[in-house]
Design a protein around this ligand. Structure first.
Ligand SMILES: NC(=O)c1ccc[n+]([C@@H]2O[C@H](COP(=O)([O-])OP(=O)(O)OC[C@H]3O[C@@H](n4cnc5c(N)ncnc54)[C@H](OP(=O)(O)O)[C@@H]3O)[C@@H](O)[C@H]2O)c1
Length: 235
């Protein structure tokens, strides 16, 4: 927005522009730069760093579903963490093997067992607050938590004991800049994303609204984040 996202014209660095394939609609293109690039970067970075499997929180989000589908495509095992039973069913129906509800009483014990069994040594974490600590505590020694969002509105509450004595690591992960640093990877990512824009990287759109209805759009989103994206259309 600071660069002029609502303007008719703007000046941008050529290296940050992405050539659009003609078959990609403008609506899909509007959602291409953030979530799809981040899903791609997370999976690529985890596999590149030698992790055998991962855990993801907020797994029923739009980005979480992309991560689920891309991981399946790469045959990279994932343990999904959600907060509602309906989300457990939704992700299971999408083919997820391990979906755990963070609100269930035995959550941490189940996560510990699954993470040890599957050698899940990295977590893509988008909730922060207490959940970040619970998840990292349940992971094998030396595991990493990649913090990429703060949906709880709270800071990550990490107990130093697990950082010190279990040699675990917390780091931030900002997807798109990870790829902007590497032209070859960026090019591979945008090609794959555009080819799979209707499958792996499909985003559910709940409603399209004119910009003047931005307050309604924000309220709808706050009421039910998981119900799909709201797109602004220019009149
Ligand atoms: N670092 C990066 O590069 C990067 C890039 C893109 C996105 N992100 C971040 O990724 C996250 C997901 O984005 P999105 O576009 O996929 O979101 P989204 O589709 O709008 O979905 C938000 C999801 O978060 C869940 N949620 C909300 N508050 C929660 C809480 N306190 N605890 C657990 N789950 C909660 C919602 O579940 P309910 O249905 O239960 O409310 C919903 O499934 C956001 O935090 C976003 O900022 C980061």
């Amino acid at each position: 927005v600071g660069d002029g996202a609502w303007a008719e014209y703007m000046v941008a660095e050529a290296s940050r522009c992405i050539p659009l394939n003609p078959e990609v609609s403008l609506h899909d293109a509007a959602m291409l730069l953030v979530n799809p690039l981040t899903a791609w970067a997370l999976i690529d970075s985890a596999i590149g760093a030698g992790h055998q499997a991962a855990i993801q929180t907020a797994a029923a989000s739009a980005l979480g579903k992309m991560i689920l589908k891309l991981a399946a495509h790469r045959q990279f095992p994932l343990i999904h963490v959600v907060r509602k039973e309906a989300q457990v069913r939704e992700l299971t129906d999408m083919g997820a093997k391990w979906v755990l509800n963070s609100e269930s009483g035995d959550f941490e014990a189940h996560l510990r067992a699954r993470a040890a069994e599957g050698s899940a040594t990295v977590c893509f974490e988008a909730v922060a607050g207490k959940l970040a600590n619970t998840v990292l505590r349940a992971m094998p020694r030396g595991s990493e938590l990649w913090s990429y969002g703060g949906l709880s509105g709270e800071p990550c509450q990490i107990d130093p004991v697990i950082l010190v004595y279990e040699e675990k690591v917390v780091r931030g992960f900002w997807g798109p800049p990870t790829l902007y640093k590497d032209r070859e990877k960026l090019s591979a990512a945008v090609q794959e994303i555009q080819q799979k824009i209707d499958t792996v990287f499909k985003t559910n759109v709940r409603e399209k609204l004119p910009l003047r209805e931005f307050e309604k759009a924000l309220n709808l989103y706050q009421e039910s984040m998981g119900a799909g994206k709201l797109l602004f259309v220019m009149e």
